[in-house]
Design a protein around this ligand. Structure first.
Ligand code: S3P
Length: 447
């Protein structure tokens, strides 16, 4: 493990492009593997999670190559055309990879076994197995629906209409991907809209996808099964969830001004932007444009005095991965910030709600934690500050690691995290990019 230490930073300034979107990268590789012909992907996130998806798809028979210029070429096998893997597929740390591929493999009539690291092996998989069983797939898993999981795909999958019991784009996507090799129409009802990259990309590859808004809120997504997907070019935008870290750092470090170019601005992903603006953040969006079926823009962020607000539960799906860094911003806001509807944070790469609360308290922040909410008392712009000077366990959670490194930039004394390598699951090059802006993040004592 490489420990990292983030010491107080001078003003942050400069222009950076964050790496490609993780959600879109996984989906581009998967749909490329299920399409006929060639898919060329530019801007693919080359992080451990996405490389795990690429390796798994190769084991399932897809041809995947990286060109020297960074373009990835996928030669697909067609819908239902993947082959039985010779060994267990190791999905590393990636919940998205394993849950979406469980959906894909539910419609392939052979056995596929998935394993993962300690973090992934503790996360719930029952949420995807339940709808996929209704479609005819069978599963065996460790107790509690944990990895390793073996999927026995259905020879004759059955279309379903499934209402999501939790707001989860991964569960929605697993059902839709299983629906690809299923005759007839597969529908997912989502009471609260979640990121729609799967729907957008399925349509981009030629599938028939109909989205209806429900009068009682949420949407119904219907996919017509057994389409012929054809290989397509994909441009992956910068990951808003990665941009969130330099964004919050620039808001908090005095006298900063940072530009983040080519950031994905899918409205189902940008709840943090809305929240920070409500808190008083000076963030402007320029050059807004569509790119590869997704909205993209350049963000300019300047140091701002933030004030505490209440973030209601219905916003959680659009910013679910951003709470760790939002909590850091809230710690510096004037007054209290109340974050509601955080139950899902307990089943992320770690129990993020507990990790945020424990780490912030250790650093000297006052807060109250309930089963699904967090109330943070910010120190504001007055004489008070946050002592810091603590070591945080990342627990194989990249976003906990990055959020606390951001805290180290603005606390009185440095923050250390025990494991910097975990950041490579989503944001390779994080330390270099942040230091290029003026941060002060170093390996700790050869740690
Ligand atoms: C993702 C969905 C979200 C998110 C994850 C990526 C996706 O998970 O937290 O980082 O790509 O579909 P849930 O579906 O569990 O909310």
């Amino acid at each position: 493990m490489t420990a990292l230490k983030s010491s107080p930073a001078g003003p942050l300034s400069g222009t950076i492009a964050v790496p490609g979107d993780k959600s879109i990268s996984h989906r581009a590789l998967m749909l490329g593997a299920l399409a006929v012909g060639e898919t060329r992907i530019s801007g693919l996130l080359e992080s451990e999670d996405v490389l795990a998806t690429a390796a798994a798809l190769k084991s399932l028979g897809a041809d995947i190559e990286r060109e020297d210029d960074g373009t990835w070429r996928v030669f697909g096998r067609g819908v239902g055309g993947l082959a039985e893997p010779a060994s267990v597929l190791d999905m590393g740390n990636s919940g998205t990879a394993v849950r979406l591929l469980m959906g894909v493999m539910a419609g392939h009539p052979f056995k596929t076994t998935f394993a993962g690291d300690a973090s992934l092996s503790s996360r719930p998989m029952e949420r995807v197995m339940t709808p996929l069983r209704l479609m005819g797939a069978q599963f065996s898993s460790r107790d509690g629906g944990r990895l390793p999981v073996t999927v026995s795909g259905a020879a004759s999958p059955i279309p379903v209409t499934y209402e999501l019991p939790v707001a989860s784009a991964q569960v929605k996507s697993a059902v839709l991907l299983a629906g690809l090799n299923t005759p007839g129409r597969t529908s997912v009802i989502e009471p609260e809209p979640t990121r729609d990259h799967s729907e957008r990309m399925l349509a981009h590859f030629g599938a028939e996808v109909v989205i209806e808004d429900r009068t009682e809120g949420g949407r119904i997504i219907t996919l017509t099964g057994q389409p012929e997907l054809t290989g397509h070019d994909i441009i992956v935008p910068g990951d808003f969830s990665s941009a969130a870290f330099p964004m919050v750092a620039a808001l908090l470090v005095p006298s900063s001004r940072v530009e983040l170019t080519g950031v994905g601005l899918n409205p189902l992903r940008t709840g943090l932007l809305q929240t920070l603006v409500e808190m008083g953040a000076a963030i402007t969006i320029g050059n807004k444009r569509p790119e590869g079926g997704e909205p993209v823009g350049d963000l300019t962020v300047q140091t701002s005095a933030l004030k505490g607000i209440t973030v209601a539960a219905d916003r959680a799906p659009s910013m679910i991965d951003e709470y760790p860094v939002l909590a850091v911003a809230a710690a510096f806001a004037e007054g209290e910030t109340r974050l509601e509807g955080l139950g899902e944070l307990r089943v992320k790469e770690s129990d993020r709600l507990a990790a945020i609360a424990k780490g912030l308290r250790a650093a000297g922040v006052e807060l109250a934690e309930t089963e699904d909410s967090l109330t943070i008392r910010g120190v504001g712009g007055g004489m008070k500050s946050i002592p810091g000077g603590v070591r945080i366990e990342a627990n194989l959670d990249h976003r906990i690691a990055m959020a606390f490194l951001v805290l180290g930039m603005v606390a009185d004394a440095a923050i250390e995290i025990d494991d910097g390598a975990t950041i490579n699951t989503s944001f390779p090059g994080f330390t270099g990019l942040m230091n290029g802006l003026g941060a002060n993040i170093e390996p700790e004592n050869g740690g």
